[in-house]
Design a protein around this ligand. Sequence first.
Ligand code: ATP
Length: 231
Amino acid sequence: MLQVEGLRSGYGSIEIVRGVDLEVAPGQVTALVGRNGAGKTTLVNTLMGFSPAWKGVIELAGRDVTKAPPHVRNGLGLAVVPQGRRVFGSLSVAETLALASKQGGWDFERVSAAFPRLAERRNTRARSLSGGEQSALAMARALSTGPRVLLLDEPSEGMSPHVLRSLSSVISGLAAEGAGVLLVEQNLTFALTVADRVLVMARGHIDITVSGDDARADPDALSRLLVLQTR
Ligand code: ATP
């Protein structure tokens, strides 16, 4: 569904993503973990088209979108929950979702069932929401576009354990409906509740892939690996 080969990108003359091969398969949750600075956010931004690809190929639903702008990728079913949420503070919850909404995307009723707090806060401006509520809004905004492939960059940031449970059931539900999910997470415990596969990124490469079941069987081994990694 989303297929990436030999992807390279960076900032100025500094290469951050250094030859990434990656597949986000339909119906699967692929977790991407790695230490701070490994290049995960740069990879997500390059997949969405916010940062240009220097080399390599990004295919979405069989089409080469390597040079396509973000709105074209979104039209083909790609959506992102960006790091830091990036919601517009002056828009209310309802306005944020109405602006993003596309045919086939989640409507307000479905969003409200998944994140009841957003329904209670529907007329509240995003800037007045708590951090966890803003994270839920960023997630709901992506769902409103009806993604076939969803990129999540630390979506759990600021969420209470209760909202985290909602997030995990939304992610698993999306995959069960056939969507592909790429989940970038620092919170390993959370990532392992939903991951079918875990990819470990270091120094701009993805060197290690572990099945979700193996990672769950020995989560400490994964934690130790991350501690040992250098940037
Ligand atoms: P984190 O979990 O801390 O966000 P990450 O794995 O997502 O880490 P990136 O945010 O992709 O890593 O950062 C990779 C490298 O790129 C870091 O050295 C960072 O300082 C650098 N970097 C990130 N954004 C920019 C930018 N806009 N301009 C220049 N360098 C940047």
